[in-house]
Design a protein around this ligand. Structure first.
Ligand SMILES: [Zn+2]
Length: 460
């Protein structure tokens, strides 16, 4: 339990409602100054908001933006996607640096992490959506081109952007965000991304220029990276996957964990006392608790919601006001959606990497109905699926399991080693479902396999 004697009394005086912030023009929130180890202080958001001149685009940027919008619109009509990537490419080709110009004067919040960034960004956009529209790259276009495309095609003053982990330094430099939300940092695509520790180092460096970070206190890599920021707000958002943080990111010695806590065996890096934490499905702080009612399953989504609400609170949306808005987020890009397909009631889930599979296997553990696993190793999946051996599939024991996808054979072997007999079925998702009894089926796929399944179900 936290030591309430260490809480600053001023926070109770300044807090409004749920004790977090004042109005939008008198922004006040808990935070810790860089280098401050003790209790959080009350800081004024206005003092930290970066003074950037409002947008005053040159004619060249205006023309590039117009062309970017045309390209994005054409791409949407012809290819059905968001068109943000092609829009961003057109903008940058015609006006290098155009994204930075279009970001000026806007209220920009960035969300990054290995897992949950699309969902957390959607939740953040929902929490911030009071009277004004919120711009966002909801389709997952989270690299430089997608971010530039979002700034070119949206007129919204407030913009919540999901950012690929390796693009965070670029995004910070280009958009000068008011706040960066850090969820977690674990292995993703073994053949594309750098080591986790190398990414944490680039985060640590780039965050020195960020006024405010809302970060997951349960992830050592995130905590170390966030320690570079001027002000940190710590949220205990949980972390099931600990295999990528057995080594201290600051000094390289062992990171020692207990059930709730972690600390380096040598240096002073340790889990900070969270300013916000979850008790059951309540989001708690020193000044109260707010129940979270989500349409999204799983403990990890409660953690995503906690980060989103605290970030929204720093922008003047009290947590108690933002929380009910989160129920508008029921499915993000098809993830967690429920689909009726002939005799089956499907629950669709995306698992991209070891941490993601671990979360979803935990979520599915109490259920007994059949499971279809879809597994590719193409393009954005990463070509190296050897991480399968870092995840235990034992929670699937006793369930009927069908495996599909171009690397189905790898997954069948992995399941066999965990005592989970599985049937491989080639062809489309419909072929995999054909042999299963009517009723509920969980469908879990990695990225390209999941996209193919969504496309197939839309056509059906
Ligand atoms: Zn250390």
């Amino acid at each position: 339990m936290r030591d309430s004697n260490r809480l600053p009394r001023t926070g109770r005086i300044r807090g409004s409602g749920d004790g977090q912030v004042g109005g939008r023009d008198s922004l006040v929130y808990w935070g810790r100054e860089r280098g401050q180890a003790g209790a959080p202080v009350v800081v004024s958001g206005q003092a930290y908001a970066q003074a950037r001149p409002p947008r005053r685009g040159s004619a060249r940027v205006g023309l590039a933006r117009y062309a970017a919008r045309l390209a994005a619109g054409a791409s949407q009509r012809l290819r059905g996607g968001s068109g943000l990537v092609i829009g961003g490419r057109v903008l940058t080709a015609m006006a290098p640096g155009g994204a930075a110009v279009l970001g000026r004067g806007r209220r920009i919040l960035l969300v990054s992490g290995t897992n949950g960034k699309t969902t957390t960004t959607a939740l953040l956009a929902a929490a911030l959506a009071d009277s004004d529209p919120v711009g966002s790259n909801r389709g997952g276009a989270n690299t430089g081109a997608g971010l530039a495309g979002t700034l070119a095609t949206s007129d919204a003053h407030t913009v919540a952007l999901e950012v690929d982990e390796s693009w965070l330094p670029w995004a910070v430099r280009t958009t000068a965000p008011r706040c960066v939300v850090l969820i977690n940092l674990t292995r993703d695509q073994l053949s594309r991304h750098h080591e986790v520790s190398a990414l944490a180092t680039t985060w640590h460096t780039c965050l020195a220029d960020v006024p405010l970070v809302v970060a997951n206190a349960d992830d050592p890599e995130v905590v170390w990276a966030a320690s570079g920021a001027r002000v940190r707000i710590w949220v205990s958002a949980g972390e099931q996957w600990t295999a990528d943080s057995v080594v201290c990111p600051a000094c390289g010695d062992r990171c020692v964990r207990t059930e709730q806590d972690w600390a380096c065996a040598s240096c002073d890096l340790r889990r900070p006392t969270p300013d916000w934490w979850l008790e059951g499905s309540d989001l708690c702080s020193a000044s109260g608790r707010v129940p979270l009612r989500l349409d999204l399953p799983g403990r990890f989504n409660l953690g995503n919601a906690a980060l989103a609400l605290v970030a929204a609170a720093t922008e003047g949306v009290p947590v108690g006001e933002g929380a009910p808005r989160l129920t508008s987020v029921g499915s993000v890009a098809g993830r967690f959606s429920r689909v009726r397909h002939r005799d089956h009631d499907l629950r669709l889930m995306l698992a991209k990497n070891p941490a993601g599979w671990l979360e979803l296997l935990g979520l599915m553990a109490p259920d007994r109905h059949p499971v279809v696993l879809l597994f590719n190793a193409d393009g954005v999946d990463g070509r190296d699926p050897s991480w399968l051996y870092d995840v235990s599939f034992a929670p699937l024991r006793g369930r009927e399991v069908v495996v599909q996808g171009r690397r189905a054979a790898d997954l069948v072997v992995r399941l066999e080693l965990d005592g989970v007999p599985a049937r491989r079925v080639d062809g489309r998702l419909a072929d995999g479902l054909a042999g299963l009894p009517p009723g509920r089926v969980d469908v879990v796929g990695n990225y390209t396999a999941f996209q193919a399944a969504i496309a197939e179900l839309r056509r059906a």
